[in-house]
Design a protein around this ligand. Structure first.
Ligand code: DNO
Length: 356
């Protein structure tokens, strides 16, 4: 397992590369050019600048999260081809720079969705929270107004330029079914996977978070059968998964360890985090420790160990602790604690199997 840490770039993150350097066992920075809108081709000089900076701290730049997919591709519009061409060019450039894995998602309109970014735990720490009824009963457009006006609601992953087009986007998705989305995903993969193969870049789709349809929009990367179907759309080792335990695991019917054992070699990137699921379907992101949440992180790490996982991993979201001011879910302290928990499990498994 090759440990990495997500960092949002100079001037765009509260955390420094010096700080990340002091977390044991971190080899690589998971990075992106966050200011480039979905659908645009990434400039080579920007890629090389980022590479130079990250490598100067002794980290690798092997994993990019994310190169976002333009909405027209997900919608299957005739304009998609130009955005797919740009995506291919970006893959080529990232390949030249030495990138090995690209994480992306195929969620219509929204990326990860939560109703509260700072929900308090009994110990005073806060973390991301999803209140099912609030989303199920919400009129999406009303919700968007609230978010835009900052009234008691903020959502991560919603870029302002997308918010302003939300009404049109919802209209555009009105008649898009799950099957349409599958077809549009297949079309995209058939175009990009050959380019990924030539450039030796493993594509790793991120599951939908949460893994069920929201606001009537289709979501398909949600459970084991669908992951199976996804991998067959283009059956190449370059068409693989970002297996996010917290996203998939917020549906109690998903057994993450089982998925790791089944999809092993097609998992190119592991996101490891815990969630505590409540009886009404709400969930809160907890510390990585197994007993703090509903997922058995020990079993999940053991599954990676059992399959001899040599891919990239990162601790996913953490809580906000010790009064840290940071991006929601992306503080330094709790993610560093998460890494040490993962290493603790991993090293004892190594020792028991006589590997260290
Ligand atoms: C949330 C992240 C996601 C992920 C994208 C991948 O914290 O895991 O936003 O980066 O879905 O495209």
């Amino acid at each position: 397992m090759r440990m990495t840490f997500r960092w949002y770039g100079e001037g765009n993150d509260t955390i420094t590369l010096e700080q990340i350097k002091q977390i044991p066992g971190v080899e690589g920075i998971v990075w992106s050019l966050h200011d480039i809108p979905a659908g645009e081709e990434w400039p080579m000089d920007r890629i090389l600048n980022e590479k130079k900076l990250i490598e100067s701290y002794g980290f690798n730049i092997d994993v990019v999260e994310s190169v976002n997919v333009h909405e027209d591709i997900k919608l299957g519009l005739p304009t998609r081809d130009k955005y797919i061409e740009n995506y291919k060019k970006t893959i080529e450039k990232l390949g030249k720079a030495g990138v090995k894995v690209i994480c992306y998602n195929f969620m219509p309109v929204f990326d990860w969705t939560r109703t509260d970014l700072y929900k308090k735990h009994p110990d005073g720490s806060t973390s991301l929270f999803f209140e099912k009824a609030k989303i199920e009963n919400a009129d999406p457009l009303e919700l968007v107004e609230k978010i835009a006006n900052g009234v008691n609601m903020t959502m991560p992953g919603w870029e302002p330029e997308r918010l302003s087009h939300l009404k049109e986007l919802f209209k555009a998705y009105e008649n898009v079914t799950d099957e349409d989305l599958w077809n549009n995903l297949k079309y995209f993969l058939e175009a990009i996977i050959p380019i990924a193969e030539i450039n030796d870049i493993k594509m790793a789709i991120h599951p939908d978070d949460p893994p069920w349809p929201i606001f009537g929009l289709p979501r398909i990367i949600t459970r084991k059968e669908n992951l199976r179907r996804f991998l067959k759309l283009v059956d190449s080792p370059y068409n693989g998964l970002t297996l996010c335990s917290g996203s998939l695991g917020s549906n109690p019917e998903n057994n993450v360890a089982e998925m790791i054992r089944e999809f092993g070699p097609r998992i190119h990137f592991a996101h490891i985090r815990n969630v505590k699921i409540f009886e009404n379907g709400d969930f809160i992101e907890s510390s990585h420790k197994t007993s703090d949440g509903s997922l058995d992180i020990v079993d999940i790490v053991k599954a990676y160990h059992d399959i001899g996982f040599t891919g990239y991993a990162r601790p996913d979201h953490g809580r906000h602790i010790w009064n840290e001011q940071c991006r929601p879910g992306y503080g330094l302290y709790d993610r560093a604690l998460g890494i040490m928990y993962i290493w603790g499990i991993w090293d004892s498994l190594q020792k028991n199997s006589g590997k260290c």
